[in-house]
Design a protein around this ligand. Structure first.
Ligand code: ZN
Length: 131
C-alpha cells in the first residue's frame, strides 16, 4: 500500500494533506494483480511516465519476479477503454463497476469482469511495453 503523504501546516493553522494519500485513489492499485507471483501492482513514475509494476519486483528486485512486465498506465487505460467502456472512452466508474480484477502476465493481461467473463488482451496490439 502506498501511503506516502505530506502534512502541511499553513500559517493560519489549517492543515492540508498533500501528495499520495491512499492507494485506493488509484483504481489500478486495486485491480492489477501479478499473474506470476500474485502480488498487487504499484504505481511508479519513471522518466516522466506513469507505470505500474509488480510490488514484489519493486521491493525485492527483478529476480524475485523476473517475468512480470511493467505496464504503461496509458496503455492500460486505452486497453480498458476499448474492452470495457462504451465507445472506447475511458470512464473510471464504468471500470469500477464492471471489472473485478486484472491479472498481468508476461505478454498479455486477463480482464476478469464482475459477470464472470474473462478477456485476454495481448501487448502486441497496444503501446510498447517497458520491461
Ligand atoms: Zn510478481
Amino acid at each position: 500500500m502506498d501511503k506516502r503523504s505530506r502534512v502541511i501546516s499553513n500559517e493560519d493553522g489549517a492543515v492540508e494533506i498533500s501528495g499520495i494519500k491512499y492507494n485506493g485513489k488509484y483504481i489500478f492499485g486495486n485491480l492489477l494483480v501479478c499473474g506470476d507471483c500474485g502480488a498487487s501492482y504499484r504505481r511508479r513514475t519513471e522518466r516522466n511516465k506513469v507505470v505500474w509494476c509488480c510490488t514484489t519486483r519493486i521491493e525485492q528486485g527483478k529476480n524475485a519476479c523476473p517475468h512480470s512486465p511493467t505496464l504503461d498506465e496509458a496503455w492500460v487505460q486505452d486497453t480498458l477503454s476499448e474492452a470495457v467502456c462504451q465507445n472506447g472512452v475511458y470512464n473510471e466508474s464504468i471500470i469500477r463497476n464492471k471489472v473485478d480484477k486484472i491479472q498481468v502476465y508476461d505478454t498479455f493481461i486477463l480482464i476478469f469482469r464482475v459477470d464472470g467473463s474473462q478477456e485476454k488482451k495481448s501487448f502486441q496490439n497496444g503501446r510498447p511495453m517497458i520491461y
